[in-house]
Design a protein around this ligand. Structure first.
Ligand SMILES: [Zn+2]
Length: 163
């Protein structure tokens, strides 16, 4: 696929395969159900989903104690071991009864899920090529996270259960 990068752009993350917004939206829609994120159990029983993701996708969610976590970041995805790491404080936000807090925590989790679902690995070739947000792993993961929240919101309001 040819890329359509034009303007000068400073990558925030690694250069990955070019994806349009629509391609990212489509992968969110496709993965929502397999990830179990369409169930009423979510997000109260989030640990059950972590188990499901491990069984179904070989994805590990590693919860790290806050005092062992570097303060500069909220989450991390390691493509070599298919592991998402988040600190305890983010898990607490996800399980919070407060919707605003919960969304804050989920945003971090969905961002890291985005790296996993979009199969992000660094693309090392063509380092002098034009960069743009469509090849930026961080932009793609943020967009994935935004779309995930929107899709789940829509689903919840249809089912009459707001998360
Ligand atoms: Zn990221």
């Amino acid at each position: 696929m040819t890329t359509a990068c034009s303007n000068r752009y400073q990558l925030r993350g690694q250069r990955v395969e070019y994806l349009t917004d629509m391609q990212i939206f489509n992968s969110v829609e496709a993965i929502l159900k397999p990830l179990g994120l369409d169930t009423p159990l979510f997000p109260d029983k989030i640990e059950n989903l972590f188990d499901l993701w491990a069984e179904q996708f070989g994805l590990t969610i590693d919860i790290v104690e806050d005092d062992e976590w570097p303060s500069c970041t909220n989450g991390h995805y390691d493509p070599s071991t298919l592991t998402i790491r988040i600190p305890t404080r983010i898990l607490k936000l996800i399980k919070s009864k407060n919707a605003k807090q919960r969304k804050k925590g989920l945003r971090v989790l969905f961002h890291e899920l985005g790296h996993f679902c979009l199969a992000h690995k660094a693309v090392l070739h063509d380092s002098y090529g034009n960069d743009c947000k469509e090849v930026d792993s961080e932009e793609q993961a943020d967009l994935f996270s935004d779309y995930m929240a929107v899709c789940i919101d829509n689903l919840r309001s249809k089912q009459g259960v707001l998360f």
